[in-house]
Design a protein. Structure first.
Length: 142
């Protein structure tokens, strides 16, 4: 049984405009048409969920197109994206450490705080390439 674009949008939580956009860019197959209306197979919802996950992983439209192909470049592109996601995770962890410290820090200028200075130093050593995480436990504010 084929479903309308409106129903597909409801099922996936993705606006119909985004579905049409992905079709125009070749990321979704062109649907059948009945009476001028798009009609999708139920498995189109799974493809849309995959596209959303690709976007959440930070893939560009071109990379999503490549992801859907069975090409040798696909594996290299995925490895690059994994490294980018790892770096984003480190950056988010550092942001959380900074905010947790800032909410407790009694120094008028956080840069004058020795605990924060140590925290910043640990961030400088964090790099997925070297295996460093820069993870620290946040000591009490000074």
């Amino acid at each position: 049984m084929r479903i309308t674009i409106g129903r597909l949008a409801e099922l996936t939580g993705v606006p119909a405009s985004a579905i049409r956009f992905w079709e125009r860019h070749g990321l979704l197959p062109q649907p059948e048409r009945q009476g001028g209306q798009r009609r999708y197979p139920p498995e189109a919802a799974e493809r849309i969920i995959l596209l959303r996950k690709c976007q959440q992983a930070g893939l560009t439209l071109a990379e999503i197109g490549e992801f859907q192909q069975n090409e040798p470049r696909r594996q290299a592109m995925i490895r690059v994206k994994i490294a980018e996601v790892e770096q984003r995770a480190i950056d988010l962890r550092h942001a959380q450490e900074f905010l947790e410290h800032a909410v407790q820090c009694s120094k008028p200028d956080i840069l004058a705080c020795p605990t924060f200075q140590r925290q910043m130093e640990s961030w400088r050593s964090a790099s997925p390439a070297t295996g460093g995480t820069g993870e620290t436990s946040t000591p009490p504010a000074q």
